[in-house]
Design a protein around this ligand. Structure first.
Ligand code: SF4
Length: 338
């Protein structure tokens, strides 16, 4: 059984964008893989933040993940700062990563241009990300398309470390050089099936900072209040105007929440102006409710027994630490460290 690792920012309660873009897939994957999922609070401190707010957001994320269906009996779920081996291995990887590789990362360039003073942590972020994955010598990493470049750097870091510190295998490679063991596997991307979800404004990726989200635990009537005015195909001014479903964000959400027969009907009714956008959104709302009602029910159960969250995280961190400590110890031995 292959081992997968994935992390998520402690951004508070999940919204439908990060549920569809990552977490729904994790719930599936935990059935088939040895799965390790981490709330990456060390990554969250590379930008300005308030400590109490971070604590609250971390907790809310854990509740959302458990409510969404991550099962501590099937996967290992923990908070990054509870497993110090992540930062220890990140320091080790600092010693094999060229600065130029970090400066070329698109996410760093994007974020750095928006800040007056850039913290070193923002530059080194992909090294910690490599350590997150390689602490567990994970084979596969479920990622969205925007994370593929960071994963490529993790693979490069694994290659560089192995070439320097992997034990000689005795074999000679095609280039005439000595072949060394791949102590750290080069993790493969497992692309998340759902493409990125746009916000209800139809303008940008769903994001709390843009206030265009549907919360995963939001009550049904509140979701409807947001869906009703949500942006659709601007060509549909009157009910009798035909539309183009492919350019409408509501149609993309139908594809995520409704079965294929419903999606086909939505496309037909839109193109043929057989219904209005409000009718279309009502059918979407039903699909969303079908999926989110059980999640809200689980969240309510967790709220009645809040210690379940802490217990799950402590137990997850203990299991994660057993694995990570063994990896780091072996890596240190090969590097001549104590
Ligand atoms: S009918 Fe549905 S898919 Fe078509 S434009 Fe309106 S909301 Fe979008």
């Amino acid at each position: 059984m292959s081992r997968i690792f994935s992390g998520i920012q402690p951004s508070g309660e999940l919204h439908v964008g990060n549920y569809l873009g990552a977490v729904r897939n994790w719930v599936e994957l935990q059935q088939r893989h040895e799965s390790i999922f981490c709330i990456v609070d060390y990554h969250a401190i590379t930008v300005p933040y308030a400590p109490e707010d971070l604590r609250r957001r971390t907790r809310e994320m854990a509740v959302s993940l458990l409510a969404a269906g991550l099962d501590p009996a099937r996967c290992t779920l923990f908070v990054q700062s509870m497993v110090p081996e992540h930062t220890e291995l990140a320091w080790i990887f600092n010693s094999v990563t060229p600065l130029g590789e970090l400066e070329r990362q698109t996410q760093f360039k994007d974020k750095a241009t928006r800040q007056e003073s850039v913290l070193a942590g923002l530059l080194n972020y992909p090294i910690l990300q490599a350590a997150d994955i390689l602490c567990y010598r994970a084979d596969q990493v479920p990622v969205g398309e925007d994370q593929v470049q960071h994963l490529e750097l993790s693979r490069e870091i694994a290659r560089r470390w192995n070439a320097r510190f992997g034990r000689p295998t005795g074999a000679i490679g095609e280039d005439g050089g000595e072949v060394r063991e791949a102590f750290f596997p080069e993790p493969e991307a497992l692309l998340t099936p759902t493409r990125r979800i746009m916000g209800l404004d139809g303008q940008a990726k769903m994001s709390k900072s843009l206030n265009n989200t549907i919360g995963l635990l939001e009550p049904g009537d509140s979701i409807w209040a947001k869906l009703r005015p949500a942006v659709t195909d601007p060509a549909r001014v009157r009910r009798t105007d035909p539309g183009t479903p492919e350019i409408c964000n509501i149609f993309q959400l139908h594809k995520a929440f409704n079965p294929s027969e419903t999606v086909a009907l939505v496309a037909e009714n839109c193109r043929g102006a057989k219904w209005g956008c409000i009718d279309c959104k009502k059918v979407l709302h039903e699909g969303i409710e079908r999926e989110l009602v059980p999640i809200r029910r689980r969240a309510a159960e967790i709220a009645r027994e809040p210690e379940r969250v802490s217990d799950a995280l402590v137990d997850g961190a203990r299991r994660a630490r057993d694995l990570a400590a063994a990896t780091v110890q072996e890596a240190k031995e090969r590097m001549g460290l104590a």
